[in-house]
Design a protein around this ligand. Structure first.
Ligand SMILES: Cc1cc(NC(=O)CCC(=O)O)nc(C)c1Br
Ligand SMILES: [Fe+3]
Length: 242
């Protein structure tokens, strides 16, 4: 079908290109984060929302894994999201796959100008905050150079009203005198540097809050992180065998 719609494909690609070069790149270089509304448009956006709701109703979203150091602290108090990981080829995730291909295109159009070599990304994490007041404590996605360079979050929440529902994503841009409060609105795509430049938290949510997150890897940093990890495990095995 692609060759039958050169005009449409071309129009879409050039729209993504101008979004990348005229908006995403300048914002990332200047402020470190950027969001755009109506990323997919109503029809495709609703298809993604429908597939996420179906995953949720099928019980596919489990309680977010906690780092070991939760030492008995109640799970809800640290992060209350329920998550599952998809790569978009599973049955019932075709619309999610369409979203991922557009985000991939958008990021690949930015890469040259961001001075990064981004060639890979994580699977997509589908997250749901159940609306019981759970949130996610302030944290940095990649505090120790694990390779994750850019975080992209696609929000799916119709008629979200932060005054009533909370659930704001608050970013505390490093060294800036302001915080950025971002509402998790339907069909909104948020992009930000994954490292210490962007500590962020999810404020307590009082309505069901869906989001899909992907992390893009900087290939140099990722390779370095893998090498370090290999040495680490090698040393620890040496340690145990000696
Ligand atoms: C699994 C995981 C999830 C998140 N999610 C958020 O920060 C919430 C963003 C939002 O939903 O607005 N962050 C990290 C560092 C890990 Br790891
Ligand atoms: Fe995060």
């Amino acid at each position: 079908a692609q060759d039958k719609m050169p005009f449409l494909q071309h129009a879409l690609d050039s729209q993504l290109e101008s979004l990348a070069l005229e908006q995403v790149v300048p914002a990332l270089l200047d402020r470190g984060f950027f969001y755009v509304d109506h990323f997919l448009g109503d029809i495709a956006g609703h298809m993604v929302l429908g597939q996420v709701k179906r995953m949720h109703s099928c019980g596919l979203l489990n309680d977010g894994q906690l780092a070991r150091r939760s030492n008995g602290v109640c799970r809800r108090s640290i992060r209350g999201d329920q998550i599952t990981w998809v790569n978009g080829t599973e049955r019932g995730t075709e619309a999610v796959n369409f979203l991922l291909t557009l985000i991939d295109k958008l990021i690949s159009l930015c890469v040259g100008r961001l001075g990064k070599s981004i060639r890979a990304r994580s699977k997509a994490m589908v997250a749901c905050y159940p609306g019981n007041g759970a949130g996610y404590v302030k944290h940095v996605d990649n505090p120790n150079a694990d390779g994750r360079c850019v975080t992209c979050i696609y929000y799916l929440n119709k008629n979200w009203n932060a005054k009533e529902h909370g659930g704001l994503l608050r970013i505390f841009p490093e060294g800036k005198p302001y915080v950025a409060d971002i509402e998790p609105l339907f069909d909104r795509l948020l992009i930000f540097w994954s490292d210490r430049r962007n500590p962020h938290e999810v404020q307590p949510s009082y309505a069901t809050r869906y989001a899909i997150t992907v992390w893009y890897f900087d290939s140099e940093e990722r390779a370095e992180a893998k090498r370090k990890f290999r040495d680490l495990t090698a040393n620890s095995q040496e340690g145990s065998s000696s």
